[in-house]
Design a protein. Sequence first.
Length: 49
Amino acid sequence: MRKTPSRGGGAYLGAYIAQNYQIPQLVSPQELYEQAIEYIEQYKKSGKE
């Protein structure tokens, strides 16, 4: 119960910022996952040493 006002304030602040500032859209979780896999594959060791 003590965290409820804090969460409400955070939600209000987030809505205020979203309405009054130009914030870029976040990528979808699926797209973020695919980017992470590509990054990992790019820097993965080949195992041939």
